[in-house]
Design a protein around this ligand. Structure first.
Ligand code: ADP
Ligand code: MG
Length: 310
């Protein structure tokens, strides 16, 4: 049984294996409801969301959070610490200056002016009070690099609690599966050719055995300006789109980590990124700007390349 809905600004697909259609339908329904609830909390574009409230109260007052938003921010700060700040949820103030639809980007002076507002260390979580405080006026928290992964993990928890024995959840490119397909084989996920024509143009497949996988690429949201690709993965150190890589894929037990780490390692680059991946013990594949493949040793036996030229 497979169903898709447009949620969290993207396509969410839930596939479940169950011998009872009713059980499958009920489980999927509850999963979508839960993701809708999370979207209500995390939606960057809705003034009603908790994230918007946090941003409005920057440098004004701490904001009392729901358990879910507090956890999301805790995970985000944890990933920032593990990646030397390559993942930074406060990059929103710079991301806001880009308009990929109208192909506009900020001037260098505006980027420079806003950059001091990007620093995850100025996000103060208070566990006892369950509050968050943004220290500087104008800071903007943008959960776009971690919220989809968080939601995919929640979806899997719901499906398990509903007694579903095997499932695959995909929130755009953030995918997590458990159990086996009806044919007894593990879920198989394709890795896109970052310069391919369509979403079906893949360079490799990976078997997903009770694991999560995410890919971040410079082809998701971008425009070309004077031959340069202006994309949505921002280096918090410079305030500009990160250079040197076309896509990063991370495999790990939880989507909340694969989602945020794929973004972070894209920013870190091949050398530093692979070091971080090895240290965390997460399988990682990186395609650099020349199209060259870099990967952790542990991935080699789990990946199958489908294009002969690599
Ligand atoms: P996608 O949303 O295309 O799947 P990602 O999961 O990599 O891609 O998330 C990219 C989004 O994360 C951007 O649109 C932006 O909102 C946010 N972002 C960009 N750069 C960073 C960064 N260095 N750290 C944290 N979040 C980022
Ligand atoms: Mg991501």
């Amino acid at each position: 049984d497979l169903k898709s809905e447009f949620l969290m600004d993207t396509i969410v697909t839930v596939t479940v294996v169950s011998d009872s259609e009713k059980k499958a339908d009920d489980a999927i329904k509850r999963t979508f409801e839960e993701i809708k609830d999370l979207e209500g909390l995390f939606n960057f574009f809705s003034p009603e969301s908790e994230i918007s409230e946090i941003n409005r109260k920057a440098a004004v007052a701490p904001v009392k959070l729901s358990v879910d938003t507090f956890h999301l921010l805790e995970k985000a700060l944890d990933v920032s610490a593990k990646t030397d700040g390559a993942f930074d949820i406060t990059v929103g103030v710079v991301v806001n200056l880009y308009d990929f639809h109208n192909k506009t980007r900020p001037s260098d002076s505006l980027t420079k002016e806003k950059l001091p507002l990007v620093n995850y260390r100025n996000v103060i979580l208070n566990k006892k009070d369950q509050t968050v405080f943004l220290k500087k006026k104008g800071m903007v928290v943008d959960p776009g690099g971690i919220a989809k992964g968080f939601a995919a993990d929640r979806a899997i928890e719901i499906l398990k609690s509903e007694g579903i024995g095997a499932a695959l959840v995909a929130v755009a490119g953030d995918i997590r599966g458990y159990g086996l397909k009806p044919d007894g084989k593990p879920w198989k996920v394709g890795i896109r050719d970052p310069r391919g024509e369509s979403i079906d143009d893949i360079i490799a497949t990976i078997d997903l055995r009770d694991m999560a996988i995410s890919t971040s690429g410079d082809y998701e949201r971008f425009f070309i300006e004077n031959g340069r690709r202006i994309h949505h993965l921002i280096d918090p150190g410079t305030g500009y789109p990160a250079r040197g890589i076309m896509s990063v894929t991370v495999v790990a037990p939880l989507t909340v980590y694969t989602d945020s780490l794929a973004t972070a390692l894209f920013v870190s680059g091949t050398e530093k990124g692979l070091k971080i991946a090895e240290r965390l013990g997460y399988d990682t594949l990186m395609i650099d700007e020349q199209g060259k493949i870099h990967m952790t040793d542990s991935l080699r036996e789990k990946i199958e390349f489908t294009k002969g030229n690599i």
